[in-house]
Design a protein. Sequence first.
Length: 474
Amino acid sequence: MKNIPFVLPVKTALGHYIYEVNKNEILFVDENIFQCVTSELLNKSDEAVEEQLAELKLNGYLSSHKIKHIQHSLSEISKILLDRGINQLILQVTQECNLRCKYCIYSENSNVNQRMHTNSFMTLETAKKAIDFYRIHSIDADRAVIGFYGGEPFLNFDLIKKAVEYAEIVFEGKEIVFTATSNATLLSDQIIEFIMQHNFQLTISIDGPKELHDKNRVFASGKGTYDKVIANIHKINKKNSDWMKNVSFSLVVDNQNDFYSIKKILDDPVFQKTKFMISYVEKDGKIQQPSNQYLTQYNYESFLSIVRLFRGDWNRNREKFTISNESSLAFEDPTFSETQLGDYGAPNGPCVPGKLRLFVDTEGNLYSCERVNENKNMCIGTLKDGFNVLKIYELLNISQIGTEECRSCWAFSLCGICAKWIDDGEGMSIENRKNACQNAKTSAYGKILRRILVYENSIHQKLMREIISKGENV
């Protein structure tokens, strides 16, 4: 059997590259090396090429090594991490909502494996038990972070007030931050003043200008919500414009929207101090891909953002929907942090269920986070009985479903698949796994291309500066 290098060759108009799976590293190589690797002619007779290949192999590159056993590296210590190091608690204070958004995952038409809207409200007793549970299980955390989620959480504002007051007593002496995700239609003066006084981070759902937002985000009556939402956003800004830095916006793109229409929302100055998180419509556990028009416009604007960054013409507000953070273009990108695959390991997707954002529903059931389906297959315990260690191990090691495919996949270290995308309501679905794999590879390839684009832009700008400094004509 040939020792075929475990790599992904990538060719652009300006260069030849190899993504080293074992090292999670992108190499710029000359054309001869690239041809050798892609044609598997690793014993080519050209002496210069042989020397380069030998040097690469000596430094651990072009290895054919693959993981032998799929097991998440945190499997053995997940219980310890959950016993002492939970980062954030999210309380589902209600399953009720005053909106009926057309793409909502809690709609009976959007996700057959998810719950639907109900009139279930969390009691103060359950909230206190959850906060106590979190305190016990977050001893090693530097600070406490408690979120309020729905439905629409401010339908249960009375509980939120009492839970905040209780948490501030329980975590006295420790920094505490509160978060809330809201549709912003209920933001009265009383609510706004309360969250401003109690160190809240607020996420507001808004889908672009009025004509786009009102297409999907509607009251139960069918009336659009944009006018109410934007009025309340301006109300926050008027009360304390500096506090707007604590507000972020969640924007959902449906597959009929185009990028430039969405971006018009930035014409309103109220959004200049804030950040946007963009996601796409989800139906039955699958992401609905945006239109080709949207993707073409988005990719073009992302390219311009990178160019402007290296030319010193980067603007945070202008680039909100493309490259919103300079660190995402840094050469020390954590996505490509140095690794070395051994005999045991797992793709990069799953986190320890409940470690980053422990989600507690209105009845006191525990889930990995607020994004997973709220069904028995995804439940990882209860406030009464604690964590279900066996279920946590299963969700952490979903890659053991389809082990051989994972072992041989070039996207091993760039994978973003977690149990959410494989769950079918009854268990972990192989069919869902296959669909998720294709999406993960597309995403991983995009990450590689973006890193290459950053590199090529930096080289081009360096050459241009050298030419200009010499006074040559360009």
